[in-house]
Design a protein around this ligand. Structure first.
Ligand code: NAP
Length: 515
């Protein structure tokens, strides 16, 4: 169930938010600690004013007055907080009331009122510092049998999230609510049922909405992008690992494709600071395949039982899938879809230019970072002769050495030079294609340009792999000079398409389309 946490200052604003999201939510939580003081008197009437849910029944509500020590906004006395909770519960309309674990033993009046009103107690604990060692104890023992235990914890990194997942594994079946907060724990929100949680919390995304807890997304994203309501035990889980990763466009791309193809699969951002811990977590969830972004493209290689030639050639891996797919435990296979992603738009442009292929062409590649490896590898394999320019010459030379050490099947040759104005002359001899792979020109520094000294003849194919902004200053100048230009968004789409084919073909071949 998707629970919308309501954090507006007035009951009317909260009702408006509930009505707005009613088509995609299943319940609400009134966070009465956010209410203006004068709004509290009518809080017992709130449940009966809620709109209908998708099933035609009124949306059920949790009453929560979260104390400051548990991450809430309540700054007044404890006596007044309990008085407010009693006032709400006695109104009889709340399906649940949230009572913190530390109230146990001193909450007899509240329990009596809840029992009389038919309100179920959610017995909650919060830890914003990490994952407590006694998490399982809280979830198993701290709540009375008729209560619903809830734990919201803040993993500090991948190893913490792994401990969280392991702690849940050993628990006896019971209705409970569990969540790992923040970017690291985001998967537990989307995969709430997989982690044994009755519901997941979301916050409205209105302009002045206050997110009730770290990691909340809005209910439309949860229900629409992540298709929360259709995630079940058979859903194949994919994702992207990186650090940072929450800005990644890959979840939008892959979830849309899964939905279009009616595949029972979901794709999540995993904020990962420890690749080893993530691989263990991937077995527990389980995860069937994932994209890899900065800074893990090399670190994942140690976990592969098999590497595609693109990984060995480029010395980096951006796509990992479980061998055999589905539940098979055949280890992980790595690919580098940047190689194909880079080549696809370039081959299109070359064919439009009337070139039979790229063989014998001469290209300048600017930059010698992770992405440049895939680019140089792809060009050399296609028989292109490459001039590699980088601000740091050592790094360019290391890239060339690494490529020479692999069985890359290269038929082109590569030479290196420092990226500086004096390189313009030699560039003119490597000017069929100019590929820009540095981060120069990327948002927010989008007026920067890595080769301001170079004058385009108008005959070059100019390819900038930066995709924010979609048209960089370099590409604008090249287009003005009459060059054919290719933006980084096309490479992004082509590499994502190559990944999607791996995810869907290898992992989902034996899964029938969703009805
Ligand atoms: P990276 O490994 O960090 O490499 C960065 C490169 O940029 C290095 O060559 C670095 O030179 C150079 N550089 C940075 N600042 C510079 C400056 N002020 N002047 C000159 N050179 C500078 O990064 P990456 O993973 O290769 O990614 C690079 C860019 O490609 C990013 O913008 C990324 O978003 C984009 N990308 C796009 C796609 C796509 O699908 N379109 C795929 C992958 C990457 P030094 O060696 O001298 O530091």
């Amino acid at each position: 169930m998707i629970c919308l946490s309501l954090t507006a200052g007035t009951l009317a604003e909260n009702l408006r938010a509930a009505a707005r999201f009613a088509p995609v939510i299943d319940m609400v939580e009134l966070r009465a600690d956010f209410l203006l003081r004068e709004q509290r008197t009518d809080l017992h009437r709130f449940p009966s004013a809620l709109p209908a849910a998708r099933d035609g029944n009124r949306l059920p509500a949790i009453l929560t007055v979260r104390a400051g020590r548990d991450g809430g906004q309540w700054r007044e006395g404890e006596g007044e907080r309990r008085h407010l909770l009693l006032h709400g519960v006695r109104g009889g309309g709340y399906a649940w009331v949230d009572l913190e674990g530390w109230l146990r033993g001193s909450d007899a009046g509240l329990l009596e009122a809840a029992a009389a009103a038919g309100t179920t107690v959610i017995r909650s604990m919060h830890d914003f510092e990490g994952v407590p060692d006694d998490l399982a104890k809280h979830l198993d023992g701290a709540a009375r049998p008729q209560e619903i235990p809830k734990a919201a914890v803040m993993p500090g990194g991948s190893a913490d999230l792994l401990r969280f997942a392991r702690a849940l594994q050993g628990l006896a079946p019971r209705r409970r609510v569990v969540v790992a907060m923040g970017a690291v724990g985001f998967a537990t929100r989307v995969l709430a049922r997989r982690f044994g949680s009755m519901f997941t919390f979301c916050s409205p995304n209105d302009i002045d909405a206050r997110v009730a807890a770290p990691g909340h997304v809005d209910p439309e994203t949860m229900a629409g992008l992540y298709r929360y309501h259709s995630i079940d035990a058979d859903t194949a889980v994919f994702g992207v690992i990186g650090n940072p990763v929450m800005h990644s466009q890959s979840p939008v791309y892959h979830n849309r494709r899964f939905a279009e193809d009616q595949l029972n699969a979901v794709y999540l951002p995993f904020a990962v600071d420890d690749v080893d811990a993530f691989f263990e977590l991937a077995d527990l969830i389980p995860v069937d395949g994932f994209s890899v972004t900065i800074p893990h493209k090399q670190a994942v290689m140690g976990h592969l039982v098999q590497s595609d030639a693109s990984v060995l050639g480029a010395g980096a891996c951006n796509t990992v899938v479980r061998r055999g797919g589905g539940d098979a435990d055949g280890g992980w296979i790595g690919y580098n879809s940047d190689v194909e992603g880079f080549l696809t738009p370039l081959l299109d442009a070359a064919s439009q230019a009337g070139w039979p292929d790229l063989r014998g062409r001469r290209a300048t590649v600017i930059g010698a970072g992770g992405a440049a490896r895939a680019v140089v590898y792809a060009l050399l394999r296609r028989g292109v002769n490459v001039l590699l320019l980088n601000r740091t010459l050592d790094r360019a030379e290391a890239l060339v050495r690494d490529l020479a050490g692999t069985d890359s099947g290269a038929s082109g040759a590569v030479t290196c030079a420092v990226l500086e104005a004096s390189a313009a002359d030699v560039m003119r001899r490597y000017a069929d294609v100019i590929v820009q792979t540095t981060s120069v020109g990327m948002v927010p520094d989008s007026e920067a340009e890595p080769i301001p000294f170079y004058r385009f003849s108008g005959h070059e194919i100019v390819y900038d792999i930066v995709y924010t902004p979609p048209v960089t200053r370099l590409l604008r100048r090249a287009a003005d000079a009459g060059c054919t230009t290719i933006g980084g968004a096309r490479m992004f789409a082509a590499q994502a398409d190559a990944q999607y084919r791996l995810f869907s073909r290898l992992q989902l071949a034996d899964r029938s389309p969703r009805q």
